[in-house]
Design a protein around this ligand. Structure first.
Ligand code: CUA
Length: 324
């Protein structure tokens, strides 16, 4: 009996930590949201216990009639006065928490566009004249307020990093702003939280919160052009990449590839994941991604390059993995 009660509770609580939990906050906004959740939950539990207690009392313990004026006091007190006070208090508390989630920052700005089905990311450090372009991964300096500028060219997505803060829709023709302030170093996971089409469930991203110095050197390194191929196979891979037309959609800064339809791959080798959070960034996974894109991510705009020979796929993968 006891295990019947405890098992669902344990399963429920098991979802409360991990890289994508809003109840294990690692950001100022998420802390306020978690606080709001626990206050609301506590109030709901207390009220539930009181209502069920009242129902048991009235139906089991004292099922006989009550005096009119007691009954009226219970109905007006419990049905009108009490809910008005409780709902006003909870609403005021929720509104009091809100301004901090909407304020504007004057430091690092990150533009994120929701694409089908991946994330275009542009870092604008203060004073920058051009952005540092990346994709499908967001890195942040710990303890700094970062302003996110969110939009989408075609369909509605929703940008959400649960451990850092609230979610916000990315709406075509509109720009939404979100302020996030990570409070501890770590690796987290963000996801699209609005149904946006075939591969909505395959639209995630890695989030890495770093010490400020480490972040600054990482960003400087991301701003650089692509590394030269380290060996003969990588050189072959680069030439094939350009020959088969990958550069029509992808940019690799420092090469002739300057497409903007798909993710910028200049430093793809340094990312945690492939295909927008769905595969580990490993050689075999990359080969599979290139050869069977449409199977791995149905509806993807990138065609599968399964017609390439194994050695050609391997060479392209070797070159891309080396772009750190
Ligand atoms: Cu993008 Cu759901």
């Amino acid at each position: 009996m006891c295990s019947l009660v405890l098992l669902p509770a344990a399963l429920g609580l098991a979802g409360c930590d991990g890289p994508q939990s809003a109840l294990d906050p690692a950001g100022a906004g998420a802390e306020r949201l978690a606080q709001l959740f626990w206050v609301m939950l506590s109030a709901a539990v207390l009220i539930w216990v009181a209502v069920i207690g009242g129902a048991i009392y009235a139906t089991r313990l004292r099922p006989e009639g009550h005096r009119t004026h007691t009954a009226r006091a219970v109905i007006i007190g419990g049905g009108v006065v009490f809910p008005t006070i409780v709902l006003t208090a909870l609403l005021s508390y929720g509104l009091y928490l809100m301004p901090g989630l909407r304020a504007q920052g004057d430091g690092l700005r990150i533009e994120v566009s929701g694409e089908q089905w991946w994330w275009r990311v542009r870092y604008w450090p203060p004073g920058a004249v051009q952005p540092v372009v990346s994709a499908n991964e967001i890195r942040l300096p710990v303890g700094e307020k970062v302003e996110f500028v969110l939009d989408s060219p075609d369909v509605i997505h929703s940008f959400w990093i649960p451990p850092l803060g609230g979610k916000l829709d990315m709406i075509p023709g509109r720009t939404n702003r979100l302020l996030l302030e990570p409070t501890r170093v770590g690796e987290f996971r963000g996801a699209c939280a609005e149904y946006c089409g075939t591969s909505h469930a395959l639209m995630a991203f890695a989030v890495v919160v770093m010490e400020r110095d480490a972040f600054a050197s990482w960003l400087a390194q991301q701003a650089a052009t692509a590394a030269e191929p380290a060996d003969e196979e990588a050189r072959t891979g680069r030439d094939l990449f350009l020959q088969v037309g990958c550069g029509g959609c992808h940019t690799v800064r420092g090469t002739a590839a300057d497409g903007t339809i798909g993710p910028d791959l200049t430093h793809v080798g340094s990312r945690r994941t492939l295909g927008a959070g769905i595969l580990p960034n490993e050689r075999q996974a990359l080969i599979r991604w290139i050869a069977a894109t449409e199977t791995v991510k149905p509806g993807s705009r990138m065609p599968s390059f399964g017609a390439l020979r194994d050695a050609e796929l391997a060479a392209i993968a070797t070159w891309l993995m080396g772009l750190e």
